[in-house]
Design a protein around this ligand. Structure first.
Ligand code: DOR
Ligand code: ZN
Length: 346
């Protein structure tokens, strides 16, 4: 198989940022993706329906002429979030999920949740109306090793929460462990997991062996090889529980390449080519469309996109820019470290 045509894909977890960065990175996603679940971790965060509407307008205003792209907005859950505002947000049709950041878990998560009891009225309202909760699934307890934080979150936060509120629809965002994919597999149709492109490609050696590589550092951090293999198996399984959320998370190089560098891999420009490469390696090219174009809309209760996108395997490898320019500074594009021959041709 050297050519594939897919229903136009969506990205179910994307950081578009704001201002100069938004301007620079939005076309990179809009070129290939019809829609994306847009993360709300701006400074200040996107907390209310009014915040989300304003941010949505800023995104649409930055869309280059001739490109179409639908931002699916999310609200950043805080301990002060008003359940009735969340209900109005869902009713607007423009807000598709609420995002749980445990306070301190990742970039701009300081306004996140410290005590889940404080947000139970919001979560109960979401369970009632069917609005999904997207979770950054890591505990923040400094006693817990960073490589164990996802598994501990599942046992001590997510599973108890789902027992308290069995109707709540949950997306385990960017799962990185075999425990994560196993938990998603057993959760029934109210539970799903997104998987990033980079976690299918790198393990923790890529970050740390032979020198520290800041552009491979993201959160949740990439784990051991056995976890990468479990993610590949899940993503290529054809199960509707798993779909693409790139977590493409641009930071300017100056903020990545410093003593305390930011977390995030910028994969929007080359994600589809990389996924075709991975799915071909796993002999699962016929399952790529489910992962990038079908399972996500089905979970969110949306139709798949009408348009299509074509990929073609050529003799020459893809050439991507090493960096894209933004008025805030250069942003390094994720480099898989091997040649990729699958070109996006439309
Ligand atoms: O690597 C990451 N970058 N993980 C996150 O959870 C946040 C993101 C960001 O906003 O930079
Ligand atoms: Zn993210």
């Amino acid at each position: 198989m050297h050519r594939i045509t897919l229903h136009r894909p969506d990205d179910w977890h994307l950081h578009l940022r704001d201002g100069a960065m938004l301007r620079a990175v939005l076309p990179e996603s809009a070129r290939h993706f019809a829609r994306a679940i847009v993360m709300p971790n701006l400074v200040p965060p996107v907390v209310t329906l009014a915040d989300a509407m304003a941010y949505r307008q800023r995104i649409l205003a930055n869309l280059p002429p001739g490109m179409s792209f639908e931002p699916l907005m999310t609200l950043y859950l805080t301990e002060g979030t008003d359940p009735s505002d969340v209900e109005r947000a869902a009713a607007s049709g423009l807000v598709k999920a609420v995002k749980l950041y445990p306070a301190g878990a990742t970039t701009n998560s300081q306004s996140g949740v410290r005590n889940l009891d404080k947000v139970m009225p919001v979560l109960a309202a979401m369970a009632r109306i069917g609005l999904p909760l997207c979770t950054h699934g890591e505990v923040t307890d400094p006693q817990v090793d960073i490589f164990d934080r996802e598994a501990v979150f599942i046992d001590t936060v997510l599973d108890p929460l789902r027992r308290r509120l069995p109707e709540l629809r949950v997306v385990m965002e960017h799962v990185t462990t075999e425990e994560g994919v196993a938990y998603a597999a057993e959760g029934g149709d109210r539970l799903a997991a997104t998987i990033t492109t980079h976690h299918l490609i790198i393990n923790r050696n890529h970050i740390l062996a032979g020198g520290i590589r800041p552009h491979y550092y993201c959160l949740p951090v990439a784990k051991r090889e056995k976890h990468r293999l479990a993610l590949r198996k899940a993503a290529t399984s054809g199960s509707p529980r798993y779909f693409l959320g790139t977590d493409s998370a641009p930071h300017v190089d100056a903020l990545k390449e410093q003593a305390c560098g930011c977390a995030g891999c910028f994969t929007a420009p080359n994600t589809l080519s990389l996924l075709a490469h991975v799915f071909e390696e796993e002999e699962a090219l016929d399952r790529l469309e489910g992962f990038v174009s079908r399972h996500g809309p089905a979970f969110y209760g949306l139709p798949a996109n009408n348009g299509t996108i074509r990929l073609e395997k050529r003799a020459e490898p893809c050439v991507w820019p090493e960096k894209i320019a933004s008025d805030a500074g250069p942003v390094t594009v994720f480099n898989p470290g091997f040649p990729v021959y699958w070109h996006v041709v439309t």
